[in-house]
Design a protein around this ligand. Structure first.
Ligand code: PRP
Ligand code: URA
Length: 208
């Protein structure tokens, strides 16, 4: 079974308080989501493998370590886009794929409208990024697409999840490690996370 890691850090808690607050404006919301993206990347990538390379410093030759595999970031549109700049700030060489999904407001089932993934996913470490893990349907469908195209080493990177979504994602993709900054209480009757932070896509992009 994949690991569930809840990333705890005072700076992340502070920024989470800002994005949970309904009075936070779009610009501040977007900045803080991205900043949390940067902070969680240290923890998510802690166990990436490295390989030795010889480097010549101004003084002498020495052996250094570089990442052994490429990293591909795959945001689930739209809300996943909100974390990409923050993650890429820390992993500037990462390639980016995109998966566009929206939830039907009544059935809560995800509908696909766009998939574009780099060929490197076959050998890369893949970070599937979506701030919200609610029913888990979007994450499951996104990972289905990635696996169908040969992706194997997959991590899910979210901000706020709930027991229902975590359980569903683990059941569908037991090989995928899940990283969140908070496991909230539950889903409400219309599929929103409680206490959550509302509709993350709308808050990032100023829609509605
Ligand atoms: C939201 C969110 C996730 C999804 C999570 O997307 O960004 O992708 O819901 O819910 P789930 O776990 O129940 O699938 P939404 O469909 O609202 O689209 P948007 O990001 O374009 O706003
Ligand atoms: N998507 C969101 O943006 N927020 C939720 O609480 C659940 C799904």
């Amino acid at each position: 079974m994949g690991k569930l890691t809840i990333i705890n850090h005072p700076l992340i808690e502070h920024k989470l308080a800002i994005i949970r607050n309904k009075a936070t404006d779009t610009k501040t919301f977007r900045e803080n989501v991205n900043e949390i993206g940067s902070l969680v990347t240290y923890e998510i990538t802690r166990d990436l493998t490295t390989r030795p390379v010889e480097v010549e410093t101004p003084i002498c030759k020495t052996i250094c370590q570089v990442l052994a595999k490429e990293v591909v970031i795959v945001p689930i549109l739209r809300a996943g886009l909100g974390m990409v700049d923050g993650i890429q700030l820390v992993i500037p060489t990462a390639k980016i794929g995109h998966i566009g999904l929206y939830r039907d407001e009544k059935t809560l089932l995800p509908h696909e409208y766009y998939v574009k993934l780099p060929k490197e996913i076959v050998d890369a470490t893949i970070l599937v990024v979506d701030p919200m893990l609610a029913t888990g349907g979007s994450a499951i469908v996104a990972i289905n697409h990635i696996k169908a195209r040969g992706g194997k080493d997959i991590r899910f990177v979210g901000l706020v999840g709930c027991p229902e979504g975590i359980k569903a994602l683990r059941a569908a993709h037991p090989d995928v490690d899940i990283y969140l900054v908070k496991e909230d209480e539950r889903l409400n009757e219309v599929g929103y996370i409680v206490p959550g932070l509302g509709d993350c896509g709308d808050r990032l992009f100023g829609t509605r």
